[in-house]
Write a protein of this length. Structure first.
Length: 424
């Protein structure tokens, strides 16, 4: 049986020749026009980079290697990473092989825990998590091989080794941060019988079969989101300088920690809980939700969890979480409220008229799942996001080095240049 690395290696010549042909025959064809609005607006919508692992279609949502995410909700994160990197769905033997690799590579060096213990008690869990990733740079195979002078065509192999070593350790690090930060007791050893996602739940100290499934689903749904979001693009840019995966992933996750990127799920949950509390507890009626939504909008605020930079339909990942809640957590008042909000808020936003997309995104439902299982430390939620998104970051780095994608270096211009171009 060929390993994931061997299967990926067999694809490199095929993908590489395809790219060479495109560049040779169609390299001068323009794929994007840039407006002044886009130049000043964060380059939103500008087509200027390649990401083959996933795509976000405005009318379909997240697509992983050509497969809509709703068709992958029964898959383990291990299967998703295999798909992200190779472009193929793994066999049962492939999954077992990858799980065995994770188990062999999963031990976290003692010095990482020592560094985390030495951090101030007030440290943010994301700062702890990102620090652990960066401290692990001491283990970098890419850095050592690069210093030895490996050929450019072998860069991807060293990045793969670093990436797999990192992914194998992230559940233990994420769970360890949770237990250390919130005084949950000592570190818990992994269970060799459990999957990557279930083991994370176990090491957190929450041994519940449905929570295992919830974490597997969470990690699957957040695995990747094409290449232009802040965390993926930051990681891509850092890695393009041949900084190893520890530097690049840590840098990308620092972007994920920002309020405009990874904090949305806790903001959504906070809005739901505040509404429920203000209305006296229990599940609000549709009329109460409508009134509270208008109160939020009339105060000049947004309704968190509704709208998306790219999507113009209900986020399929929200649908997946909602379906999970209906099947496994039918008695959850918070999840029932989330579902009822979905029946009310889109019409309110349409009537309000200012939202380009009145439909919920993934963050509208994910926090409610975590809250149900007693994870009430909202600031920790982004760590879960990070563990999952690292799969996409690693897969993109390996692919980029295999295809020998050069350093990222877009051209910037000044406001005076813009004025001259537009005749002002």
């Amino acid at each position: 049986m060929a390993s994931l690395k061997e299967k990926f290696a067999s694809k490199i010549p095929v993908w590489g020749e395809d790219i060479k042909k495109i560049l040779k025959e169609k390299g001068d064809v323009k794929i994007s026009d840039v407006s002044v609005q886009q130049a000043y607006g964060g380059m939103r919508g500008v087509k200027g980079m390649i990401c083959d692992t996933s795509l976000v279609e405005p009318d379909k949502g997240l697509i992983i290697r050509g497969i809509p995410i709703l068709e992958l909700t029964d898959k383990l994160p291990e299967e998703i990473f295999f798909l992200l990197l190779s472009g193929d769905m793994p066999t049962d033997d492939d999954v077992k092989d990858l799980q065995d690799e994770y188990k062999k590579r999963g031990d976290v060096p003692k010095y990482v825990w020592d560094v985390l213990k030495a951090m101030p008690k007030t440290s943010h869990p994301m700062a702890m998590f990102d620090t652990a990733v960066l401290v692990l740079e001491n283990e970098s195979i890419f850095r050592k091989r690069y210093a030895e002078g490996i050929p450019k065509g072998q860069y991807w192999d060293a990045v793969y080794e670093d990436g797999l070593n990192l992914l194998a350790k992230l559940p233990a690090i994420g769970a360890g941060v949770y237990r250390m930060k919130y005084d949950k007791g000592g570190l818990i050893d992994p269970d060799p019988k459990l999957s990557w996602g279930a083991n994370f739940a176990h090491m957190m100290g929450i041994d519940d079969e449905t929570f295992y499934k919830a974490m597997e689903l969470y990690f699957t749904l957040h695995c990747d989101h094409e290449g232009g979001n802040v965390s993926a693009f930051s990681c891509h840019t850092i890695a393009s300088a041949l900084s190893d995966p520890y530097y690049a992933v840590s840098g990308g996750l620092n972007g994920l920690a920002g309020p405009l990127h990874g904090l949305a799920n806790q903001e959504c949950l906070k809005w739901v809980l505040e509404m429920m509390d203000k209305l006296g507890g229990g599940i609000p009626t549709k009329d109460q939700i409508k009134d509270y939504a208008w109160e939020t909008l009339n105060a000049g605020k947004v309704i968190p969890g509704y709208g998306h930079a790219v999507l113009r339909v209900t986020d399929p990942r929200y649908t997946a979480f909602l379906n999970f809640g209906k099947e496994h957590l039918p008695d959850s008042e918070v999840l029932t409220t989330v579902a009822r909000i979905y029946e009310v808020v889109p019409d309110v936003l349409k009537e309000h008229g200012k939202a380009k997309n009145p439909w919920p995104n993934v963050d509208a439902g994910s926090g409610a799942i975590l809250y149900h299982y007693g994870i009430t430390e909202f600031e920790y939620y982004t760590v879960l996001f990070s563990i999952s998104r690292a799969m996409g970051m690693v897969a993109q780095q390996v692919w980029n080095r295999a295809m020998m994608i050069p350093i990222t270096r877009p051209k910037s211009v000044g406001t005076d240049w813009i004025k001259k171009q537009v005749g002002m």
